[in-house]
Design a protein around this ligand. Structure first.
Ligand SMILES: [Zn+2]
Length: 67
């Protein structure tokens, strides 16, 4: 493998959340057009997603490594 380092683990994880984790565990609604909002303070990234159907909010907090 050479060269292409554009997909960091963090980006892959975010991609995963954006595409695979938009099904609400409470009501089962799949928010196909939704996405996770992300906020970062430089040390951690907080992802939040609110279900448009039932309003349940989920959060993921990721620590940002320097890898
Ligand atoms: Zn829901």
């Amino acid at each position: 493998m050479t060269g292409d380092e554009t997909s960091s683990p963090l980006e892959k994880l975010r991609d995963y959340y954006d595409h695979e984790e938009l099904v609400c565990p409470d009501c089962g609604y799949e928010d196909e057009r939704g996405s996770w909002d992300s906020e970062t303070d430089g040390g951690v990234v907080e992802y939040t997603h609110e279900c448009p159907e039932c309003g349940a909010v989920r959060e993921h907090t990721l620590e940002v490594g320097d890898e």
